[in-house]
Write a protein that binds this ligand. Structure first.
Ligand code: SF4
Length: 379
């Protein structure tokens, strides 16, 4: 049996973006005057509340992740303030900060380096101006290239970039160009996400006529291209959407797919800790009011029993190329009825979507192309 996966993480949601991208579903807003001070104060209160809720102690995490929103939209003063607030809980192993190509100065990167950040993750999305325009991104290709140069010069331990495929009008040649260009950058990690079209968002005009089947087929072709091309360029797939050079895997995200524990700070941030999964209100005002009044506004509260955790560990774990060790998750969640999945797993194996190796069950290449449908079968 492989070792039991253990990781405690802290996720910090920084809810500010100068401009909203057409496809985005994350909680964010354009920062108004005073918002960043108010945000830092509320995070300080939220951390204190969590401490009190847990007998005066929030342990030092293994990993920390500042996501958003756009954490790099914080001023240098606010980055320093937030890092100071979080000083007692700075991570032991990995600290990721998401950045946007716009407004990323060498001084800001140097500050992030000085406070201990180990991984920069930048939303590049595409190396084509045409695709960036379709997506409604605020940055230009020139801003991307300038930012990559500055991040490279700052020499963080890990540098990750995100790409998006499947935007309206994007051709396979354009997608292959994006992949090759990304792999030629000084990065050790690439994420490749599928754009999910949502009617009504500004980047989706004209897509409504495409049938669900045609859309899925096109997205599958793009995913398959990434799965074939990126490994040939030195980036091994370790999760449906994530590829890295050796040692470049994102530990914080691995802990999510492994159903480890984490706490979230900031509006809309989710936590999974000490038997509870819950999410803060996706509203700056509601979140702020709650933490300042000592009664945080949580939603989607789920009490986690072995059954729920086993199911999540199986479904999310299958996203990873390493697959799931059934003996390991049975040992972690002993009260779960593991046997009830046997027939479905066997059916998926006969369909060529899963393979078994000893205790390990994992998706085949065909299975990875339809991972969401496999997850639905297991629900
Ligand atoms: S920068 Fe990121 S979080 Fe902000 S609107 Fe764009 S996709 Fe959403």
């Amino acid at each position: 049996m492989q070792a039991i996966f253990q990781n405690f993480g802290i996720y910090v949601h920084v809810p500010f973006c100068a401009k909203s991208c057409g496809y985005c579903r994350f909680y964010k807003r354009a920062p108004a005057a005073g918002d960043m001070d108010a945000y830092a104060l509320a995070v300080e209160n939220e951390l204190e509340l969590l401490r009190r809720e847990n007998g005066g102690n929030v342990p030092r995490p293994d990993t920390m992740f500042w996501g958003g929103g756009t954490p790099s939209s914080l001023s240098e003063r606010h980055i320093e303030r937030l890092a100071k607030i979080l000083e007692p809980v700075l991570p032991k192993k990995e600290w990721t900060v998401e950045v946007s190509p716009t407004g990323l100065s060498a001084a800001k990167l140097s500050l992030l380096n000085d406070v201990g950040v180990t991984r920069i993750s930048m939303g590049v999305q595409s190396f084509s101006e045409k695709t960036l325009n379709t997506l409604g991104r605020a940055h230009s290709l020139k801003a991307t290239m300038d930012a990559i140069e500055k991040i490279d010069a700052a020499a963080f331990e890990n540098f990750s970039i995100d790409l998006i495929f499947g935007s309206p009008g994007q051709t396979m040649d354009e997608w292959e160009f994006d992949i090759k260009k990304a792999a030629s950058m000084p990065v050790n990690h690439i994420s490749a996400y599928c754009l999910e079209f949502e009617s009504g968002t500004s980047c989706c005009a004209g897509r409504a006529a495409e049938s669900e089947y045609a859309k899925r087929e096109r997205e599958g072709d793009f995913l398959e291209t990434a799965m074939e091309l990126l490994p040939s360029l030195g980036f091994k797939q370790y999760e449906i959407s994530n590829y890295s050079k050796p040692g470049g895997e994102c530990l914080h995200n691995l802990s999510t797919w492994n159903m480890a524990e984490w706490i979230g700070l900031g509006p809309s941030a989710a936590s999974q800790w000490r038997g509870l999964r819950r999410r803060s209100a996706p509203s700056f005002e509601e979140w702020q009011k709650g933490v300042l009044n000592g009664s945080p506004a949580y939603e989607d509260i789920v009490e986690l029993d072995d059954e729920e955790m086993f199911s999540s560990a199986l479904i999310f774990g299958l996203r990873m190329n390493a697959g799931v060790d059934m003996a390991e998750i049975s040992a972690r969640f002993p009260k779960a009825d593991a046997a009830k999945y046997a027939d479905t797993l066997e059916f998926l194996r006969t369909q060529g979507l899963l393979e078994f190796r000893g205790n390990i069950v994992r998706l085949t290449k065909e299975g990875r192309l339809v991972a969401d449908s496999v997850a639905v079968e297991l629900l």
